[in-house]
Design a protein around this ligand. Structure first.
Ligand code: PMP
Length: 456
């Protein structure tokens, strides 16, 4: 098909995730055609530097031959195996064992899903089953963070606290509650310690309001991704974990973005020695080469469910749970992170990423720079003192995304004037230089637009 007929067919038939449908019809699709290393090529042959790893998932870069080979071999050998009826496959079992070995010691059992949303959904189902099975059926209230993102399932998008995921969807559910995000740039707290204390007391207050006996769990991301790359102070995650323990509620950490080297260690939990009751992962698990997610859980939760099922099947499963091709990809991706040196490369180049973002703080449009590992953001403001944002009518994120594209650079321009970056762990030093050269040029060009100048 020609590009124009593809664009037309897309407009007519293909519904895209998380876009405004009418805006998409008017604008048309941008077709991506191929990719190699840190670059993707569109259908018109433009080579774009990908500073977002697809959707924060292609952590190993594109075109890794060993991953392609692992998938090909597995497809030839056994392209599918169900996990039902006590069947399984070698790569899925090996990957589960590796995840347990490399994740916090509290996590002993793995349930594979197709992505992050159903990992979160599975976590909620397992928690519900666990409390029902262990004689605490009243523990049904869930707490998460404002600006949190926990996927797009019917239940998970209620734990997600972003307006577009609730509006017109009859969400949140009555048992879903939120506390404030640890958003240092826009908080009144005097310092990091005060911000951590404020989060802990907000959680305590919410649990007291709902009644500790009624609260099942607190869900959080170690760094909030889709909510605008909100990086909490060091020590925050640990403090929230300890608070959950004191309050008698489960602590669920959603490492769908932060897992697999994105923030430095394999999991962000490691940096603070945090041992969650459950952990959800996806994205970097297969680096986007095939869909897969997982929920990891403690032995206590697994045993609570296992011991109470009384011979009946635990009614939770997907046709593609523990898909052998995805698992084979996951094993090779895991090898690349470790023996392949990608975790080490990401850690070695993280200071360059941090310096590049921080250097843009002197740009007239930039109010905040925040980052950990290879996950970072710039927040744009019209006035650095008051931290005032821009009028939505200016469509600054659209202007920036368009200018970046002209400069052959892809990242995420969030609606609230936050620019998110998640380069692959396989980036070279030269690609970081290219990223920041193109980013600065993009910001300068947008700043030169008369409507933007007038808004400052
Ligand atoms: N949790 C978090 C923290 C995420 O960032 C995402 C996806 N961006 C999800 C869950 C949902 O994952 P998926 O899109 O694979 O369903």
């Amino acid at each position: 098909m020609s590009i124009s007929s593809l664009v037309e067919a897309d407009r007519k038939h293909l519904i895209h995730p998380v876009v405004n449908y009418r805006a998409h019809e008017a604008r048309g699709v941008t077709i991506l055609d191929s990719a190699r290393g840190s670059f993707v090529r569109d259908a018109e042959g433009n080579e774009l530097l990908d500073a977002f790893s697809g959707l924060w998932c292609v952590n190993v870069g594109y075109g890794q031959q060993s991953v392609i080979d692992a998938a090909t071999e597995q497809m030839k050998k056994l392209p599918y195996a169900t996990g039902y009826f006590h069947f399984g496959s070698e790569p899925a079992i090996e990957l589960a064992a590796q995840l347990v070995e490399r994740s916090p010691a509290s996590l002993q059992h793995v349930y594979f899903t197709l992505g992050g949303s159903d990992a979160v959904d599975s976590a909620v189902r397992f928690i519900t089953h666990y409390f029902n099975a262990t004689g605490r059926p009243q523990k049904k209230q869930f707490i998460s963070l404002e600006r949190g993102y926990h996927g797009s399932s019917s239940v998970g998008s209620g734990l997600t606290a972003l307006p577009a995921f609730h509006r017109h969807f009859d969400l949140p559910l009555p048992n879903q509650h939120y506390i404030a995000s640890p958003y240092a740039y826009r908080s009144d707290c005097a310092d990091d310690a005060a911000l951590i204390a404020a989060s802990v007391s907000a959680l305590q207050a919410k649990v007291a309001e709902l009644g500790a006996d009624n609260v099942a769990a607190f869900f959080c991301e170690p760094i909030q991704g889709s909510g605008g790359v909100i990086v909490p102070p060091a020590g925050w995650l640990k403090a929230m974990r300890e608070a959950c323990r004191r309050l008698g509620i489960l602590f669920v950490v959603d490492e769908v973005i932060t897992g697999f080297g994105r923030t430095g260690p394999l999991f962000a939990c490691e940096a603070e020695n945090v041992d969650p009751d459950l952990m959800t992962v996806a994205k970097g698990l297969t680096a986007g080469y095939a869909p897969m997610g997982a929920v990891l859980m403690s032995d206590e939760i697994y045993r609570g469910i296992a011991d109470a099922s009384g011979g009946a099947a635990v009614g939770h499963g997907y046709t593609y749970s523990a898909h052998p091709v995805s698992a084979a990809i996951g094993l090779e991706v895991m090898r690349l992170y470790h023996e392949g040196g990608l975790l080490a490369n990401g850690q070695a180049l993280a200071p360059r990423f941090a310096q590049g973002l921080d250097a843009l703080l002197e740009h007239p449009l930039v109010g905040d720079s925040r980052h950990r590992g290879l996950l970072g953001a710039l927040e744009l403001v019209s006035d650095k003192d008051s931290k005032a944002g821009f009028d939505a009518a200016l469509k600054l994120p659209d202007r920036i995304a368009a200018a970046a594209y002209r400069n052959r650079l892809i990242f995420r321009a969030f609606g609230d004037n936050i620019l998110g970056f998640a380069p692959a762990l396989s980036y070279t030093a030269g690609e970081f230089d290219m990223l920041f050269e193109r980013l600065r040029r993009t910001l300068d060009e947008v700043l030169a637009e008369p409507e933007v100048r007038a808004a400052l």
